[in-house]
Design a protein around this ligand. Structure first.
Ligand code: TRP
Ligand code: SF4
Length: 327
């Protein structure tokens, strides 16, 4: 089980970080995978500007499908369509000590980072409780996430343990599933991030893609073509390792060290390799862009299936709390 807030179109950092792990788990064959759009979580920081959440949800699901998430193998759904998440959140709120939330490092960091928004809300403090509800609802054993989410998964484990202790042993204690992720930087050498406007998007193709690759920072010590370069310090090289055949990677790196290839040529080859590697993803994207009804159908089916599981869990939870009067 894992989720993402609907931030719109995804970039290659998402693809090689979270998504590739999600797809590997899906294709492993032995796991039941649930992946969802955390649109209520988006409200915790964007409650004052909700206008883009719906379009962002669709854009993100299109990128998921394009990347290879398969609705035949994984349940893809939207959090706000499964109201049981709200009920379980409410019940977990009752048993979660305030101190656990106040000492959450992500809470403190985010509040500072997003200081232009007023995040002194109950909802923002409770973010990890909602996340705990998302996860344990499906009795998840594994949560594929990035390191930034580890404190949230740890809190989920504590909340699940507390529930099991107070009422009944209903929930497995979930493990975070970290994947080895290549460190992809943005065009400007900082962390690739939507807000920094330095990303290569999954949807970037053709000239747009070429232009972005051409704008990438390289080895800062290589000013002229005659200066030998250090591919191991160059973000372009990191991308070559992901997208180019290994002979090309070796050849280009050697040529760079001897100043036998210029950065323009190196990037031209990279742009071609990325375009080629991304082709199946771009083709699937085109297909879904032309078939919005298919996307709607996939989400509706996913919502329905998730809701069945969630209803069954809530029935157990209400029974454990003895709060199912008359049912
Ligand atoms: N907090 C996660 C993020 O910002 C999104 C999320 C919400 C999530 N609920 C989750 C991730 C449950 C994993 C499991 O990316
Ligand atoms: Fe980077 Fe390629 Fe330029 Fe070497 S030739 S510095 S690897 S872009």
């Amino acid at each position: 089980m894992s989720g993402m807030r609907p931030t719109g179109k995804l970039h290659l950092g998402h693809l090689h970080g979270a998504l590739s792990n999600w797809i590997a788990l899906q294709n492993h064959g032995d796991y039941d995978c649930y992946y969802f759009v955390a649109d209520w979580h988006a409200l915790t920081s964007d409650y004052a500007a909700t206008g883009e959440i719906r379009a962002n949800t669709i854009d993100m699901v299109i990128d998921w499908l394009a990347a290879g998430l398969d609705p035949e193998k994984s349940t893809l759904f939207v959090q706000s369509a499964v109201k049981e998440h709200a009920e379980l959140f409410l019940l977990l709120c009752m048993i979660t000590p305030l101190a656990w939330l106040e000492r959450n490092p992500t809470y403190k960091e985010m509040k500072e980072e997003l200081s232009q928004k007023d995040l002194s809300t109950f909802g923002f403090l409770g973010y990890p409780v909602l996340q705990a509800a998302d996860i344990i609802m499906y009795k998840a054993y594994g949560v594929p996430v990035g390191v930034d989410q580890l404190p949230h998964v740890e809190l989920t484990r504590e909340i699940a343990r507390r529930f099991n202790f107070l009422y009944r042993e209903i929930f497995p204690i979930p493990e975070p599933l970290l994947a080895e992720v290549p460190k992809l930087l943005g065009l400007d050498g900082r962390k690739m991030s939507k807000s920094l406007d330095n990303s290569i998007l999954i949807s970037d193709q053709g000239e747009a893609l070429q232009k972005k690759v051409a704008a990438m920072f390289t080895d800062p010590q290589r000013q002229r073509k005659s200066d030998p370069g250090r591919p191991e310090l160059c973000n372009v090289h990191t991308f070559h390792k992901l997208y180019s055949p290994s002979e090309t990677v070796v050849e280009v790196a050697a040529a760079c060290r001897e100043a036998a290839i210029g950065c323009t040529e190196c990037k031209r080859r990279l742009a071609a390799a990325v375009a080629e590697g991304m082709r199946p993803i771009h083709e699937r994207r085109e297909y879904y862009l032309g078939h919005p009804e298919a996307i709607r159908g996939i989400i509706e089916d996913g919502n329905r299936w998730a809701e069945q599981i969630a209803r069954a869990t809530l029935a157990e939870v209400r029974e454990a709390l003895k709060i199912n009067h008359g049912l």
